[in-house]
Structure formats: structure tokens, C-alpha cells
Design a protein around this ligand. Structure first.
Ligand SMILES: CC(C)(COP(=O)(O)OP(=O)(O)OC[C@H]1O[C@@H](n2cnc3c(N)ncnc32)[C@H](O)[C@@H]1OP(=O)(O)O)[C@@H](O)C(=O)NCCC(=O)NCCS
Length: 310
């Protein structure tokens, strides 16, 4: 078996494989469009071939400004063999291109609610996660995907918090402080890898690099003038997203997450948003409850496989 990255002559075979989408995120249209924008690349698209024929494909997605991809967007098989060994090798080859010590990429699988009761989805999911685990992405987190639309009702603006823009230093400080006691798995992994300061810096870099406007970010103060938390509306390539919000540990338990989420929703609607998306870990129960209270609806699940030390 030979493993290599995509060349122009492979394209017809690749397009045929992409046509069988299964639970993969990549589609033929997305592939063509993202090859143009740099979110998919020849050097991020890996094929396994045997006797000169392509037997499997791994498509990776990344941000235009980065040298390495961020996540797997699809695993495909052209034969009827056990896919796990070949997918494992494909993933290993990509991971080997990452410099030592670099943050490892992830595998995101988008699934409908109730997927565990759908045997064909379970059958598609199991070998993919098994291959990811064998290649090192062995920790999985389930995230709930939420969506807001105007017909779900606009949550009312807070009457007890005041919102103000602030500079990057102030946001770095508040990111550092909300990490304390966070129920978010990615935050816990980031802290284990680079410490609280490092995780806060990474958060700042990530949100600055997103297509949302920096001018939308707000710090939140209570009536006594105390800093309570922050609201960070944003956007990704798919459109407006909640981005990030946090309540300082000493102010938790007063439902302030609702006020922050309402502010984010209102700010995004002011920019013309007609659909807002957000994710939160299944284990982040207070956040999920806040989404439900503020009119967001859980429409799907995102399974994330990561390296245990990511
Ligand atoms: C998630 C978060 C915003 C919730 O804020 P909040 O305003 O305290 O939420 P609520 O007041 O609705 O809390 C509901 C209950 O959960 C508890 N709770 C809230 N956050 C908690 C946490 N991190 N750990 C344990 N319990 C928590 C509250 O004490 C309250 O308990 P009670 O019902 O017994 O009084 C806050 O925990 C936080 O900032 N976490 C870190 C950042 C984060 O996860 N952001 C969301 C990612 S998009």
C-alpha cells in the first residue's frame, strides 16, 4: 500500500468517492469550492493506493492562514475491505507531517440527534472513530449543536448587566479567569497542555482569527460596576456563531449566562444575522440549559475525537 497526497490526475476518482457522503462532512461541491479558497488543499488530501488504484481517501479541513489542517472532514473507502487499518494509516501519515509539540488536529463528525438508535449511522461511525483512536485521536467528546432563528424568538436584553467594548489585554485577563472551574472539555485539555495563561492566549488568537468582527466583543458589568463576564459574538465560514461567553467563577449561579447569550444574540441580529449557531459540550449542563431557555434549539450532535494531550 502506498500513501501520498492528492495529484490533479486523481480528481475524477476523488469526486466519485466523495459522492458517497455517508456521515462525512465533505461533499463534492464543498471540495471544489474549498480547493479554491485553501480550506482544502492537495497537500491536505491523502489517498491510499494499492496496485496503482486508489483504495481510500482522507479529506482534511483547515484555515486559509495555517500551514497545517485542523480536522478530518471525511474518510472514504473504494473497496469492501475492513476500512480501519487503511484509514488508520492515512490519518497517521497526516499526523506525521505535524512538527513535534504542535497542537494535534481533531476529527469532527456531525450526527443527527438520536444517532445511537440509527444502526446505519452507528455502523458508519464506529470504524471511523476506531481508526482515529488507533492513529492517536483516542479521546472523544460529544458536543450539542444549537441553532437560533428569528421565529424561535429574540431573547430580551439584560436589565441588570451593562456591556462595554475592551482591549485585548482585558479580554485575555477575563478568558484566564473564566477558565477556572470550566466544564468545557477542550478548555480542560488546553490547560493540561499549555497551562491557564497559554490556554487564554490560544483562545484570544482563535477568536481574533475568526471572521467575526473584533468590535462586537463585550465585557459585562453588574449594577455595582463589578466585572461579571464577557459576551463574544463571532462568525465562522458558515455564518454567525455565538463564539464564546463566560461568567467569572464568583458570579456563577445567578443565571448571568442568559444575559450574555441574549446580548450576543441581539448584537448578531443587529448585524443582520438570521441564523446563529453554537456548540457546547454535553457535560456543560448550565450552558446547554441557558441555550434552551434563550430560544436556541438543539438540532444535531458533533462528535470530536482528539489526541488525549491536545
Ligand atoms: C457555563 C457558564 C457560562 C454558566 O454560567 P452561570 O451564569 O453561572 O449559569 P447559571 O447561573 O445558569 O448556572 C446554573 C447552575 O449551574 C451551576 N454552574 C454554573 N457554572 C458552573 C460550573 N462551571 N461548574 C459547576 N457548576 C456550575 C450554577 O452554580 C447553578 O447551580 P444551581 O442551580 O445549583 O444554583 C459558566 O460556568 C462559565 O463561564 N463557564 C466557563 C466558560 C464556558 O463554559 N462557556 C460556555 C462555552 S460556549
Amino acid at each position: 500500500m502506498n500513501i501520498r497526497t492528492l495529484v490533479e490526475a486523481d480528481l475524477d476518482t476523488i469526486i466519485a468517492l466523495l459522492g458517497n457522503q455517508s456521515i462525512n462532512t465533505a461533499t463534492v461541491d464543498r471540495f471544489k469550492q474549498y480547493l479554491e479558497t485553501g480550506a482544502y488543499r492537495h497537500e491536505w488530501t491523502w489517498v491510499a493506493e494499492r496496485d496503482g488504484a486508489i483504495i481510500a481517501l482522507a479529506v482534511w479541513w483547515g484555515m486559509e492562514q495555517f500551514d497545517h489542517p485542523l480536522s478530518i472532514d471525511g474518510l472514504y473507502l473504494a473497496t469492501d475491505e475492513d476500512p480501519v487499518p487503511v484509514w488508520t494509516e492515512l490519518i497517521r501519515h497526516t499526523l506525521a507531517t505535524f512538527p513535534a509539540g504542535a497542537e494535534q488536529p481533531e476529527y469532527h463528525i456531525f450526527l443527527p440527534n438520536g444517532w445511537r438508535d440509527q444502526p446505519e449511522i452507528v455502523a458508519a461511525q464506529e470504524p471511523r472513530l476506531a481508526a482515529a483512536a488507533a492513529a492517536g485521536l483516542s479521546e472523544t467528546t460529544e458536543r450539542l449543536r444549537y441553532e437560533w432563528r428569528p421565529e424561535y424568538g429574540l431573547p430580551a436584553r439584560s436589565t441588570r448587566l451593562r456591556f462595554e467594548p475592551a482591549d485585548d489585554e482585558a479580554f485575555l485577563d477575563v478568558f484566564r479567569r473564566v477558565i477556572q472551574g470550566s466544564l468545557d472539555a477542550a478548555t480542560a485539555r488546553a490547560v493540561a497542555r499549555v497551562g491557564v495563561d497559554g490556554a487564554a492566549k490560544e483562545d484570544l488568537e482563535i477568536y481574533l482569527s475568526m471572521p467575526g468582527e473584533r468590535s462586537w466583543w463585550r465585557l459585562a458589568y453588574d449594577a455595582a460596576g463589578a466585572l461579571v463576564g464577557f459576551a463574544l459574538p463571532s462568525a465562522n465560514n458558515g455564518g454567525p456563531v455565538v463564539g464564546y461567553l463566560g461568567v467569572l467563577a464568583e458570579h456563577r449561579g445567578k443565571g448571568y449566562s442568559d444575559d450574555l447569550l441574549a446580548e450576543i444574540t441581539q448584537l448578531l441580529v443587529e448585524t443582520g444575522a438570521e441564523q446563529i449557531r453554537a456548540d457546547t459540550d454535553l457535560t456543560n449542563k448550565p450552558m446547554a440549559a441557558s441555550f434552551e431557555r434563550q430560544g436556541y434549539r438543539n438540532f444535531a450532535v458533533r462528535l470530536v475525537a482528539t489526541h488525549p494531550l491536545n
